[in-house]
Design a protein around this ligand. Sequence first.
Ligand code: 4AD
Ligand code: MG
Length: 465
Amino acid sequence: MLIKEILKQEASAQEITVSGWVRTKRDMKNFAFIELNDGSCFSSIQCIFERVSGSEEGAVKAGREKIIADISTGCSVEVKGTLVRSPSDGQALEVQGRDIVLLGSAENYPLQKKGHSLEFLREIAHLRARTNTIGAVARIRSRLAFAVHNFFQGRGFQYLTTPLITTQDAEGAGAMFQVTTLNLDELAKAGKAPDYTRDFFGKKAFLTVSGQLEGESYAAALSRIYTFGPTFRAERSDTARHLAEFWMIEPEMSFAHLEDDMALAEDFLKYLCSDLLKNCTDDLEFFNTRVQKGLLGTLQNIADSPFARITYTDALHELEKSKQSFEFTPFWGCDLQSEHERFLTEQIAKGPLIVTDYPKEIKAFYMKANEDGKTVRAMDLLVPRLGEIIGGSEREDNLSLLEQRMEALGMDTAPYRWYLDLRRYGSVAHAGFGLGFERLVQYFTGMTNIRDVIPYPRALAYAEF
Ligand code: 4AD
Ligand code: MG
C-alpha cells in the first residue's frame, strides 16, 4: 500500500507492509523512530521499533537491531508491522514495526535533514524530488495536467497532438532551434556551406514554438481542440520565468470571438485553481506556510472573483498617469515590460488582469485586425509577480487581410499556403490561447524560479542531466 492510502485507513490494529525512503531515523534508549516517505503524498509515516524488552526471539531481535543500526537518511526499506493510532500529536497513525528489510543503503547521501537551497537542489536534480518542496511541486504538476484534460474533455474539446519538428515559424518571431543531421563540423572544416536539400527533411527544419497553426486546422474540422505538449524557444532570456523547453496548453475554438476566448481562459484558470484547492490540500498548505505566505488566500480569490479586464490603450493611460517611476518609460506602441505588467496587476487590478487590443506591431501576424487599423484582437492574461501567463487572440479569418498582413511583414507566404487554405475553404471566426504550464505551476505554488517547477529544466546555457 502507498502511504497515501495507509494514512486514510482506520486504525484497527491491521497488519500492513509499507515501503519507502527514510527521511530520518531517531535512536532512543527504548525505541527507534523511522520516518518513511514514498512520495505518494506530502506526509511521511512514522515507524516505531521497540528496542529492549518484548516477547520476540532474541535472534530475530538482534538481526533487526543490526539493520536499524545500518539505516540512515536516504535508505530504501520495507517495513512490516501493525497500524495503530499514534499517542503523540505529530500524526494520527503510526506503524508499530515488527520486521524491517534494508533494500538499498545510502552512504554519503547528499540530502540531509536540514533544508537545502533550491540552487543546490538544481545540481542534484535527479534526487531533488525526494525533498518536500520538489516532491510537492511534482504532485501539483501531475494533478494540474490531469485537471487540464478534465476541463477540456468536459467541454467538448478534442485532444490534439501536433508535430514537434516543423519547417515553419508559427509565431513569426524567429526564436527557433534548428534540427539537422548534417555534419556541420565537417562542412566547416571543408569550408563548405550546408546544403539543406541534402539534410534529413530535404530542407531546413526546427523544433516547434507553438502548435497553434496546426491546431487551427483541426479546429476548422472538429470545432474545438486543445493541445498539451512541449514547446521550444531559443529566446536568449535568462530570467526566472523563461525556459528553452516548456509545456504549453493551446485550445482553439471555431465559431468564437475574442470575448469567448477571454471567458474560456478565465473559466479554465478558475477550474484548475478550484481543482487544486480540493485535491492537493496538504501540498498547498506547505507552500502557503513555507514558500509564499497567503498563497491559499490568493488561490481562493482566483477561484471566486471575476478577473479584471482593460484595453492596452487604457492600461497605457494607467501607466502614464501613475506616479511610479519605471526603468523603461511606457509609451503607446511599446511592448509591456515586466515592471509594467507587475504594476498593472499588483497595484491596479490587485489580481489577474486581462489586457486586450494590443498594437498590431507588437503582436503575431495571425491576429485579427480591429477596425481602427492600429490594434488587433489580442488578449494577454497577466498575474501578479509573474506577468503574462496566457497569450491569445481571435485569428484573422479573412484571406485577403491575412495575406496583406503577412506581406506587410515581409513574410514569405509560400510555406503558409496550407494555413491560408483554411481561410479559402469554409473560413469561420475562431480564437484560442496558449497557457505556459510552468508559469501556471509557479503561480499556483508561489515558487520563484521556473527551473524549480519542471523536472529537468532547459534554459539559456543550461541543459544538465
Ligand atoms: O504568448 P505566446 O508566445 O503565444 C503563443 O505561442 C500562441 N501561439 C498561443 C496561442 O494563441 N495558441 O506563448 C503563450 C504562453 C505565454 O503566455 C507564457 O505563459 C508561455 O507560453 N511562454 C513561456 N513559458 C516559459 N518559458 C518561455 N520561454 C515561454 N514563452 C512563452
Ligand atoms: Mg505572448
